[in-house]
Design a protein. Structure first.
Ligand SMILES: [Zn+2]
Length: 499
């Protein structure tokens, strides 16, 4: 890190002038738009020719008239490798002389929106005449699984989220695609276009016959991307929920997935809010307001046997599995009561699994299928018929939520009939199935709570259910029937295939 006391010289390179200024000790240089400021540490033996070299290097950028912003280069001889913090870049004299500093400096200097980083690479490649071969790329893109890269999603360009190899491929694409746009339509068009505008034309120009459709394009336009609090990628929605995207973990979740997580979570939240708007309009504004200021973290510790948690005091959702994001956000929508875990979890499961029917939650349902299968095997051989049906679903990849509901409800009810104690499930979601592993117990009690909440909403209506959640009324005051009787009726109707 650069230390001010060791600062010897400050050089400022004005974009529009040939003059090199020498302003010792001057840090604030007023309106510096388009300037590069150079700080040189005491340990540096540096001659004017190094400064002149930087100036020469930056000429193509200055001439191009692309929007620029102030960047400071700190040159320190003790520095190993180029690093940067905000608008400051740190490197050694050697990095200047070898030219290594130039690409990161130019990328940092170009003033564009945070999510348009691909355009910066394109501009750099074009101005500095970097020749990229399209051969390896064509082979890479021949695999349909690799094509999401063509969305130019910002996360694909952040080194912390990708391997060096991935970054290399992403940057090559940006440079080749950008060069095509500039050659065909000019630099101004590159600056104003959307990533998808010319993608298929460009693929065609390389002799590739497939086309690319970015299914999340319109949804992800609703996000504003920044960096904040040590996170290279923070995505904020118009719902004022912020997603702090962490570097990928060993469990396989990665930034490629994060794009889908962002898009589908946004759609799911809107579906849930619209559902409330339609069936309980008096709770819509309040529900929406409850989401304002919620921050979602993918890398904060979660103290739970499940994959996530909502921490109301901090307004934080913490998840270790992406499939839990919407569930946890549902906890933020409704006031939570410690005395009624079944209600909290039941609504969160109902809203995230049943109201929002998104493909990403297919993974969650798939996991649930496996859970119920394991439980059915554990509990009793009597459940063979259900187990066979579940195994068939797993083998054929048919993870329909309605089918899942029907099967798991029957298994649950049979288990209850067999004497698994029921009372505490509704007070505390840690279930009481004593001879199955703990995590499976919890999953099942979540399901059970979900089915019961669904029953209440269908039998009474959403307004009544939300009224019960948001007020101090007892169950009986809210629904006109006592809790135990409601449970009994629900189980009878469920078991009897009445709905
Ligand atoms: Zn929960």
């Amino acid at each position: 890190m650069f230390r001010e006391s060791r600062k010897k010289l400050i050089w400022i390179i004005p974009v529009v002038s040939l003059l090199l200024c020498f302003l010792p000790g001057c840090k604030d240089i007023g309106n510096k738009e388009g300037f590069i400021t150079i700080y040189i540490a005491d340990d540096c033996e540096i001659g004017n020719e190094v400064i002149a070299e930087i100036y020469q290097d930056l000429k193509p950028l200055q001439k191009s008239k692309v929007p620029l912003r102030n960047v400071a280069i700190h040159i320190e001889d003790s520095k190993v490798g180029i690093t940067s913090h905000g608008m400051d870049m740190y490197c050694a004299v050697e990095d200047i002389q070898s030219g290594k500093y130039l690409e990161p400096l130019v990328i940092k200097s170009i003033e564009l929106k945070h999510d348009e980083i691909w355009k910066k690479y394109a501009i750099y490649g074009y101005l500095y005449k970097e020749t990229e071969s399209s051969e390896g790329l064509k082979e890479y893109l021949s695999d349909a699984d690799n094509r999401d890269i063509l969305s130019m999603f910002i996360g694909y360009f952040i080194p912390e989220y990708n391997t060096m190899e991935e970054i290399g491929v992403n940057v090559s694409i940006a440079k080749l695609y950008g060069k095509y746009i500039i050659d065909e339509c000019g630099l101004d068009e590159l600056l104003s276009c959307d990533a998808s505008d010319y993608i298929n034309e460009w693929l065609g120009s390389m002799g590739l016959t497939f086309s690319y459709e970015d299914e999340y394009k319109d949804i992800l336009k609703q996000f504003n991307y920044t960096e904040d609090k040590g996170y290279n990628l923070v995505a904020q929605t118009d719902l004022e929920v912020s997603f702090y995207m962490a570097p990928p973990k060993e469990d396989g979740s990665n930034v490629y997935l994060s794009r889908q997580v962002l898009a589908e979570t946004y759609v799911a939240l809107n579906e849930i809010l619209n559902y409330i708007k339609e069936y309980a309009p008096e709770y819509y504004q309040k529900s929406k307001a409850n989401l304002i200021g919620v921050n979602v973290f993918f890398d904060r510790p979660v103290y739970s046997v499940t994959g996530g948690g909502y921490y109301p005091a901090e307004k934080e959702v913490r998840v270790s599995r992406y499939i839990d994001v919407v569930h946890e956000l549902c906890h933020a929508i409704l006031p939570n009561s410690n005395a009624h875990q079944w209600r909290n979890e039941g609504f969160a499961e109902y809203a995230s699994k049943i109201v929002s029917k998104l493909s990403i939650y297919r993974d969650k349902v798939e996991k649930d299928y496996h859970t119920i299968e394991e439980n059915a095997i554990f509990i009793n051989e009597e459940y063979t018929e259900y187990r066979d049906e579940i195994i068939e679903c797993i083998e054929t990849g048919d993870y329909d939520i309605e089918r899942y509901k029907r099967i798991s409800a029957k298994v649950l009810i049979k288990m209850r009939e067999d004497g698994a104690p029921v009372e505490s499930v509704y007070d505390n979601y840690v279930a009481q199935y004593t001879d199955v592993p703990k995590e499976e117990n919890v999953d099942l009690s979540y399901d059970e709570a979900m089915f019961f909440v669904e029953y209440l909403i269908k039998k009474y209506n959403l307004s009544k259910f939300l009224e019960y959640c948001c007020n101090e009324n007892t169950f009986e005051e809210a629904f006109g029937v006592n809790f135990e009787s409601a449970i009994q009726r629900w189980r009878e109707e469920f078991a009897g295939d009445k709905w």
